[in-house]
Design a protein around this ligand. Structure first.
Ligand code: C2G
Length: 446
């Protein structure tokens, strides 16, 4: 019986070893396919540290493979199975269901993933694997764990959220090594936390993590108060810890290119930015609850304001906000207008009103247009009076995009960099300041 399995096998660890051993036991000949850099890039796997040569060598030296091959293109699995006369395709259970299509060619077996890799190796810092604890078990936290699988060198090892049933279901679904009974227990177990709790709770959860010496990746908005954001960054800095706001667009390759193209003078001097993000939400949900920091501004303004600050800057001279407010006092639609020395900007957000979610950058020589969903930035164009000069730009935006922020967070910790040009600390502080001011001072409409 011939068995085949595939993987990157970066920073080869006990989880990989056990997977190969069990795969081998399914038959009597094991072929291991190691992914090339190009293939990992194409499938959106980030932060792979070791070269293909090094990864091939470690797999060979494990003595568990009868044959080692490389995987370099999509669709290769079907070819390999036929070419090598494979009987069983084996892969870790983190891929459950994803390879069922191979059942037409051979037997597909999902092997239980080793929870949390190996604790001995992990306690040893040189393993290079960052253990992350998730705080919160809502929708975004689920997506975070799914996406973390595409980032080499990080492992979501544990979860804590207030409701025991919710955190247990979360840990079981994602096969996490631990489920923490208290926040303190989570902090004792990991090197970093990802905070995805309701907005008003961010600051105290982040502070506690920093005080315990843990790096923090916190969902946007980091804080609804500029002062609090300043304090948190000062605390992180004094402890030599990474504190990063999880604002996914900032880390997307297409968004960074769009900003660079706009700021390199291709459309002349930038005079105005109009950015819109609306998402209709059921009025019964958290987003409409004033107790949980609800409202379209707290929920969504981080995105359009990010575009404004990257395209124009943070030296605004005035802010005026117009908002439609519900009976409970939550803004369901808002427009934040900013005036800068040489430009104007408008950021629109809605949870109870729908608008076209595009981004228009107006310049003295032309415009740059990003259609919805511009915050994922897979495509944009520069447009001119003479349409023959128009240019189109295409990019890849893998999965939910959270993997880019996770990759950045992991790389910052690894390289001991407390700041990143993709979303600087002073930019996160500016976002908190503007959001605070827009929420507290607005012209009420209707
Ligand atoms: N694995 C495991 N336990 C871990 C970590 C990984 O059993 N704690 C398994 C994975 O499920 C996979 C193999 O080890 O079967 C290799 O994992 P990776 O190197 O992360 O590669 P991966 O991205 O899963 O490659 O074509 C490539 C494959 O589709 C998957």
């Amino acid at each position: 019986m011939k068995v085949i399995t595939y993987g990157t096998f970066d920073l080869f660890h006990e989880g990989h070893r056990r997977l190969l051993r069990r795969a081998r036991e399914l038959g009597d000949y094991l072929i291991v396919a190691v992914t090339t850099e190009g293939f990992d890039d194409a499938r959106g796997k980030l932060n792979v540290r070791e070269s293909l040569m090094d990864r091939l060598r470690t797999v060979q030296e494990s003595g568990l493979a009868d044959e080692v091959i490389i995987e370099e293109y999509e669709g290769q699995k079907i070819h390999d199975i036929q070419r090598y006369g494979v009987d069983i395709f084996a892969i870790g259970s983190d891929w459950l269901g994803k390879f069922d299509y191979l059942n037409d060619y051979c037997k597909v077996v999902y092997l239980d993933r080793t929870k949390g890799v190996s604790s001995t190796e992990l306690r040893n810092e040189s393993s290079g694997i960052l253990r992350i604890g998730a705080v919160g078990s809502g929708r975004i936290a689920h997506r975070f764990v799914d996406e973390s699988r595409y980032v080499s060198g990080v492992e979501v090892a544990s979860v804590y959220s207030r409701t025991p049933a919710a955190r247990e279901a979360f840990a079981a679904k994602h096969e996490l090594e631990h489920c923490a009974d208290s926040y303190q227990q989570l902090l004792d177990d990991v090197a970093a936390v990802y905070v995805a709790t309701p907005h008003p709770s961010h600051a105290s959860i982040v502070r506690q993590a920093l005080e315990a010496g843990r790096h923090v990746l916190c969902e946007k908005p980091l804080s609804l108060s500029g002062t609090e954001a300043r304090e948190l960054f000062a605390l992180a800095e004094s402890k030599g810890l990474v504190l990063l706001e999880a604002l996914k667009t900032a880390f997307a390759p297409g968004f960074q290119r769009m900003v660079a193209v706009a700021r390199s003078g291709s459309i002349g001097d930038i005079r105005s930015v109009d950015a819109t993000f609306t998402k209709l939400v059921d009025p019964g949900l958290r987003e409409f609850d004033p107790e949980q920091g609800g409202g379209s501004i707290s929920e969504l303004a981080s995105y359009p304001l990010l575009a404004v600050l990257k395209l124009i800057g943070t030296d605004h001279e005035a802010i005026t906000t117009h908002a439609f407010v519900t009976e409970k006092g939550v803004d369901e639609f808002a427009r934040i207008d900013l005036r800068f020395p040489h430009a104007i900007a408008s950021a629109r957000t809605g949870i109870g009103v729908k608008a076209e979610g595009d981004l228009v950058v107006a310049g003295t020589r032309g415009q740059l247009y990003v259609p919805a969903p511009w915050w994922k930035t897979e495509y944009f164009e520069t447009r001119f009076e003479d349409a023959r000069n128009n240019k189109r730009f295409y990019f890849k935006f893998d999965g939910d995009g959270l993997r880019y922020e996770i990759a950045e967070f992991g790389a910052m910790i690894r390289d001991s960099e407390l700041d990143t040009f993709k979303l600087r600390r002073d930019e996160s502080i500016w976002l908190a300041d503007v959001i605070e001011s827009a929420r507290s001072e607005f012209v009420r409409v209707g």
